[in-house]
Unconditional design. Sequence first.
Length: 272
Amino acid sequence: MNSSPIGIFDSGLGGLTVWREVRRQLPAEDVIYFADSRNCPYGHKSADEIVVLAKNIVDGMLTAGCKLVVVACNTATAAAIDELRQSYPIPFVGMEPAIKQAALNTRTGRVGVLATKGTFDGRLYKETSRKYARDIDVMVQIGDGLVELVEANEYEGPQANPLLAKYITPMLEHGVDQIVLGCTHYPFFKPQIERMVGPEVAVIDPAPAVARRVSDVLADARIQNGADHRGTDVFLSSGSVDAMENLLKSITGRNFSRSTTQLGDTEYESLT
C-alpha cells in the first residue's frame, strides 16, 4: 500500500470533471489537483509549449511525492504524454476521446466529436479513430469558446446555449446518435447538451473510464492507499482560485479553506 497522493492536472478547471470521478471511485486516495489557469486554454498553443508547461507541473508534483499523475486534459495528453512517460519513472494516465465507445454503440453509423484543435491534431485521436472508427462516419467540431465559459464559471450563463447550438445542431442534422465530449471542460455542459439532443442521442463523458483506468493502474502496481483511509484533496491554481472555488462549491456543496501551498519551487494559492 502507498499513501502518496495522486496528481491530476489540467490547463484549467475542466479536469475537475475527472477529479470528481476519481474521488467517487477511489475515496481512499489523496489527490493534488493543479489548474494551470494562468496559461489556459492550451488548445491554441504549440505542442512544444505544452510539453514545457506539462513538465514544469509534473516536476512540482514529483517533489510533492505523487505516485501517479493524471493528465486530465485532452490537448495536453495529445501533445505531451509520450514525452512525460519517457521522462519520469511514475505511471501516467491520459485522456483520449471515447470514440471506441461511440463506434460500438452507434445505430446510425454516424457519431460526433466535440473537442479542441489540439486534440484533433494529436496522434492519439488519429490512431484511435483509425482503429475503432474506420467504418464510422465521424463528424468533428472544434468547440471554440467553451473552455473560456467554464473558466469564467459561466457554463450555465446566457452565452452557453447559443454557442452549444452552433456546434451541436449540425451534428443532429447529420444524423449522429453519439456525441463524444473530447475536452474535460465540456462535461460541464452535458446537461444542456442532453436537453438539446433528446434521449435518442448519447452524450459520452470519458471521465468515468479514466477513473477506472487510474484504479487499474494503482492495483496493478500495488500502490493503492489503504481502504480504511479517507482521501484528502488539495486544489492549486497558477492563477486566481476564485472561479475554482465557486465551481467546487457547485460540484460538492461544501465550503473550502484558502491557503498557499508549495509545489516544486513555486508557492500557489490553494483550496482545501
